[in-house]
Design a protein around this ligand. Sequence first.
Ligand SMILES: Cc1ncc(COP(=O)(O)O)c(C=O)c1O
Length: 378
Amino acid sequence: MEINTLLARAGTGFDPTTGAISMPVYQCATFAHPALGQSTGFDYSRSANPTRSALESTFAAIEGGAGASAFASGLAAIDAVLRLFAPGDKIVVTEDIYGGSVRLFEQFHKVCGIEPLFVDTTDLLATEKLLALDGVKAIFIEVPTNPLLKVADVSALAAIAKRHDRLVIVDNTFLTPVFFRPFEYGADITVYSATKYIGGHNDVVAGLAVAKDKKIAERIAYVQNATGAILGPQDSWLILRGLKTLALRLKVQESNAKIIADYLLGHKNVRKVYYPGIEGTQSHRNLRCTASGYGAMLAFEVDDFSRVERVLSGLKIISFAESLGGVESLITFPSRQTHADIDEETRERLGINDRLLRLSVGIESINDLLADLAGVLD
Ligand SMILES: Cc1ncc(COP(=O)(O)O)c(C=O)c1O
């Protein structure tokens, strides 16, 4: 089946007893055993729950992986993947990833002996130097990065990583399998904040980790059961429902984002626009051959800090709120919000300064979105 069919049928066909088209919410902690030594396949909901299992097998099929595990948040999914490694291991990491992921690497896994080696993964030579170091076990790539939308060449990085026998982990939250399919370009594991496009309605926090290889998928499921950061049945159902319209939502969101990027590029009070769909940029070149879309996230730098305050308090349709990917457009101020945990020097070096705003474009009418932006930027 093609991806659009798999998405539309998310949660359908799992309940032969009733023929339910929408997978029921099994709001249940434990399950009766038919007899000693027998199981229905479900014993206790931390280990497996029918609604969560429906989501996990549906998403594994969508991604083309051997297995998926659903977690209580995107960070819980990343945390479970990092638990595949042991003290002394090193992981090469894209330097400008989501601030919460940096905190997880730096403040938790580093303390447990897993050292992150941050690098600009768009620089293949610098990245290969690190991948060749003793003790390096994997590379963790975020494409596009958050908030500067830089896109590394995943296919080239995966080829280098394979030469050195390293695992390739991709945080594909921004593009989703609708636009980019990391396993087809050499990735071994993908992680998602399903809170974002996959859920799509800003009403649930969730995470997914998928592995191409059965053994790795089983190991992640083992960690999921052992550490317990599972996604609950109600939230699993919300993610299944979100999946049904993922492709449709992304199409409209991307179309709106392209128009807004063009508008911002021509605005006299905007200094820079970061959007991978802008032709002539390295991000565009790196995505052009591998992805079927450029997504609906963009960032832009206004002329000075005083305008940031005007923008954030003056917008009427676009909400000033954290998160991204939902049907409602949201704007954030990364240096004070999502990336506040990164030290100031690093932030400035990366370009996450006090004039940078990040916009998650929704499905509203493009005319209303442009009028809203014009109201605060003109
Ligand atoms: C790219 C990316 N990965 C992971 C996360 C973490 O996901 P969650 O907030 O669901 O824990 C985020 C959150 O913004 C993100 O943007």
